[in-house]
Ligand binder design. Structure first.
Ligand SMILES: [Zn+2]
Length: 115
């Protein structure tokens, strides 16, 4: 049996870390210097990279919020697709997992629609 309190703590910690990371992302570009085309391209590249990272982190943040919500509702650890309990080992590694292993595979193969 998975200890929900323990998981909740981990989720809250994880959320805190993510929020800190997201708010630390400075997307503004310093225009005070004369733009050098090469330099500018490099900056745009790293800006896009930062945006992509933020997108992943925002999604993870959303999953964490959902997991916390499900803990409150007493529905934590149930697969969103088939409703069966997610393997405790899987939850240990990914406390915000939304699907059991089987359904996760189906999601990745595009066989079921991600909710
Ligand atoms: Zn499932």
């Amino acid at each position: 049996m998975t200890n929900t309190e323990e998981i909740k703590k981990r989720l809250i910690e994880e959320r805190k870390a993510l929020l800190a990371k997201l708010s630390g992302n400075d997307l503004s570009i310093d225009n005070s210097e004369t733009p050098d085309p090469v330099d500018l391209a490099a900056r745009n590249y790293s800006k896009n990279l930062t945006l992509a990272v933020s997108e992943n982190e925002s999604r993870q943040l959303k999953y964490i919020e959902e997991a916390l919500q499900r803990i409150e509702e007493g529905e934590y650890g149930l697969c969103l697709n088939c409703g069966k309990p997610i393997q405790p080992k899987r939850l240990e590694v990914i406390p915000w997992a939304r699907y059991c292993l089987k359904c996760q595979e189906l999601v990745e193969q595009g066989l079921i629609e991600e909710q």
